[in-house]
Design a protein around this ligand. Structure first.
Ligand code: CTP
Ligand code: CA
Length: 225
């Protein structure tokens, strides 16, 4: 069909992508974070833009930049900031892909001043962050909504559980079973699981090529029927 033969299969589509880690403040100089580099989300943004989409990229702290004129980068720090920016952009979106490694918890009450090492131990109380992807699922109108899952056990069952709980149209399962896949690597090995629970498995490849595979799977389903 037409969209597959054209060079710009996402022309006219607005794509919203979350990327990178989030940092949760402990005090003015310290945070809880994770090792996500943001690369997968930046590659998705770049490839979607190259396919003609207008892309909004909401990224936590990341060293990556984007020069593509079709990508608007919104830099955020905490999960709450990512939640606010992403939910604000969501209504005006055709495809949303949550690739960020959002911190599940944040310090309940960040200290106003740098914490001194006055005591021999320190406890920090944490509270749960809002689930951005789950909220997008609850607020879905016509968006095609895609999540990621990084699992270390019961991979497919856990990914399918997230797909259903968060009302997703598809989930990308990151395999941790291979060296070279996951956080901080230039490569990834994924399975794309759609809402019919059809699984498409891909080989280990660069994150740029993984981004292409993911977008092609989405495009097939958006233009189907
Ligand atoms: N996610 C999100 N907001 C959160 C937590 C997760 O948007 N507060 C998104 C991630 O971007 C990813 C998906 O939810 O697309 C799954 O994240 P993951 O950490 O694998 O699952 P969780 O739902 O957080 O559950 P758990 O960490 O307990 O496995
Ligand atoms: Ca999590």
């Amino acid at each position: 069909t037409d969209h597959l033969s054209t060079q710009l299969p996402l022309k006219g589509k607005k794509v919203l992508i979350t990327a990178g880690p989030t940092y949760e403040a402990i005090d003015p100089v310290r945070f809880i974070g994770n090792h996500s580099s943001g690369l997968m989300g930046f590659e998705l943004a770049h490839q979607a833009a190259t396919m003609g989409a207008q892309v909004a990229l909401v990224s936590g702290p990341s060293k990556y930049e984007t020069k593509h004129p079709n990508v608007v980068l919104h830099r955020v720090v905490s999960a709450q900031e990512m939640f606010d920016k992403t939910t604000a952009l969501y209504n005006d979106t055709h495809i949303a892909i949550c690739a960020a490694a959002v911190a599940d918890y944040r310090p309940e009450k960040p200290a106003t001043h740098k914490i001194k090492k006055d005591s021999d131990s320190l406890r920090i109380d944490l509270v749960k962050n809002p689930d951005i992807l789950k909220t997008l699922g609850e607020r879905k109108t016509n968006q095609f909504l895609v999540g990621f899952a990084l699992e270390t056990q019961n991979e497919e069952a856990n990914a399918k559980g997230k797909l259903e709980r968060k009302h997703l149209d598809a989930i990308v399962l990151n395999s941790m079973q291979d060296a070279g896949a996951g956080f901080g690597t230039p490569t990834n090995k994924i399975k794309f699981i759609d809402k019919n629970l059809t699984i498409t498995a891909f080989e280990l490849k660069t994150k740029a090529d993984v981004a292409l595979d993911i977008l092609n799977e989405i495009i097939k389903r958006i233009y189907a029927s």
